[in-house]
Design a binder for this molecule. Structure first.
Ligand SMILES: Nc1ncnc2c1ncn2[C@@H]1O[C@H](COP(=O)(O)OP(=O)(O)OP(=O)(O)O)[C@@H](O)[C@H]1O
Ligand SMILES: [Mg+2]
Length: 471
């Protein structure tokens, strides 16, 4: 008796099974008996379902991997994800990435992760593309399997990269080209401590995600590059903001500290010229002296402003020569002692052994003048200012000690900044703009030295700077 269903009864079930597969369902119940022609169609359908199922799972897995890789935007994050996730589909103990540089002429190792203890090829490793076996891989777009690296090295001892990889303990490798949007960008190297770890199936797997991975790597590289540029732009912005603040402060100073003396000078000059007011001789002399004093202040102020803006815009060029430091200090001290005489303040130089420094003489004198004039300006009349020079292991240290009010903790915070007028006020009617120490700091730093101040409030201050020996 023939109990098999009539052939036409199996066909509708096959059609239903095909519909199921379309929906991504692969565990099919299809009749495969009796094994006549139609039954064999059922067997073929069941095998197809199994093959499709494994393919489908693989694709899903690769999609999951690429999604995870895609989630790390910076190149290093992308690559860390690659290192974690690829294990599921390609075996390896080490993954390396190299990118093309200099218009595709150089290959530079960009990143590597390994489970082995040594990593010989790192970021600094570069090699020219031309003539290398990598060039062939890129040209053909074909991944390359080397299943016995020590043997390959024996046959090709000139291959530096193979020598290093073998020295890391690796036995086989799969090198894949990265081509993003049709443009070659570099390589990804899978390597294993086992020989013969790779076969055509791994190449096939890589092919499935090659394009997507390449695009992700390229995107990661661009994002990393942009991040670097962003930092540089932010830094430049900060500098520009600072320059802008400085410019505003300059304008404020110009409006105030320059305008009022100019007004005074103009009035005085008009008085001197006025034919109706015949001024006595001493009065004329006094007015002329006033004009000179005001112009002197204005000139100093203008020079300071110009110095700060010149230094800030990176245009401080030093003309360094060898200088007799003791002689330079002696000359400065003599001059300041003279200027301080009306105030009753004494300025003295501690005798010191002669010493040569390598510096710009005019700028060095400017530093010393600023420190001594401050010491005189902020100390009570009749006090003592002492200037010292001392040798230390790598250069000279110059110090100016005074008997003034010293510095408060709040003063220390703002010392050496532009326009920092602090708690000490001039004791003899001198001008104070707050630029001297800021200029001192810039000049000393341009010479490779350091500036500082030691002080207890009420105990006087010691301002010092160092000049390193010439290297
Ligand atoms: N030797 C000192 N002792 C105490 N305070 C000082 C001393 N030197 C400077 N200062 C404080 O630091 C501030 C900044 O000094 P800085 O030399 O930069 O500017 P300034 O003397 O006010 O003006 P200028 O631009 O004319 O030098 C001063 O206003 C003063 O309050
Ligand atoms: Mg000053």
């Amino acid at each position: 008796m023939d109990d098999s269903p009539p052939p036409d009864a199996r066909i509708p079930r096959y059609i239903a099974a095909a519909e199921q597969m379309k929906q991504g369902q692969f565990d099919l119940e299809v009749p495969t008996t009796p094994p006549d022609e139609i039954g064999r169609l059922g067997t073929a359908l069941r095998d197809l379902a199994r093959a499709l199922e494994s393919r489908y799972r693989e694709v899903q897995q690769l999609e999951r991997i690429t999604a995870r890789i895609n989630a790390g935007l910076l190149l290093d994050d992308v690559l860390d994800n690659v290192f974690q996730d690829f294990r599921e589909v390609i075996p390896y103990d080490r993954i390396g990435l190299a990118l093309l540089e200099e218009n595709g002429q150089q290959v530079r190792a960009r990143w590597a992760r390994s489970d082995l203890p040594v990593l010989k090829i790192n970021r600094n490793f570069t090699q020219p593309l031309a003539g290398s076996s990598l060039e062939v891989i890129l040209r053909t777009g074909q991944p390359r399997i080397l299943n016995d690296l020590p043997a390959y090295l024996a046959a090709k001892p000139s291959s530096e990269s193979t020598r290093l990889i073998v020295a890391e303990g690796l036995k086989s490798s799969l090198t894949c080209p990265l081509i993003a949007n049709g443009v070659p960008i570099g390589f990804i190297f899978f390597s294993s401590a086992r020989p013969h770890a790779y076969d055509a199936a791994h190449v096939d797997t890589f092919r499935h995600i090659a394009e997507q991975l390449s695009v992700i790597v390229e995107k990661g590289r661009l994002v990393s590059e942009i991040a670097v540029q962003k930092t540089a732009i932010e830094q430049r912005n900060d500098e520009l903001r600072h320059l802008n603040e400085l410019k505003n402060a300059f304008l404020g100073i110009a409006a105030h500290d320059l305008r009022s003396p100019i007004g005074l000078i103009q009035m005085t000059a008009e008085l001197l010229l006025d034919s109706e007011t015949e001024l006595p001789r001493e009065q004329q002399t006094k007015f002329t002296q006033d004009i000179l004093r005001h112009t002197g202040h204005m000139l100093t102020l203008l020079n300071d402003l110009l110095d700060v803006s010149q230094i800030e815009s990176g245009n401080l060029s030093l003309e360094e020569t060898s200088i007799d430091l003791a002689a330079l200090l002696e000359e400065a001290v003599k001059w300041h002692a003279l200027v301080a005489t009306p105030k009753g303040t004494r300025v003295q130089l501690q005798p010191a052994a002669p010493g040569q420094v390598h510096a710009d003489p005019l700028r060095l004198r400017q530093v010393i003048d600023n420190l001594i004039s401050n010491a005189v300006k902020y100390s009570p009349p009749g006090s003592l200012v002492r200037v010292e020079m001392q040798r230390f292991d790598r250069g000279w240290r110059i110090a100016v000690k005074d008997q003034g009010p010293g510095l408060t903790p709040a003063d220390r915070q703002r010392l050496f900044q532009d326009f920092a007028r602090l708690s000490a006020r001039p004791t003899g009617g001198e001008k104070s703009v707050g630029l001297g120490l800021a200029i001192v700091r810039r000049i000393v730093e341009a010479h490779g030295g350091q500036v500082g101040a030691d002080s207890e409030p009420g105990q006087g201050a010691t301002f010092w700077f160092t000049l390193p020996d010439q290297k």
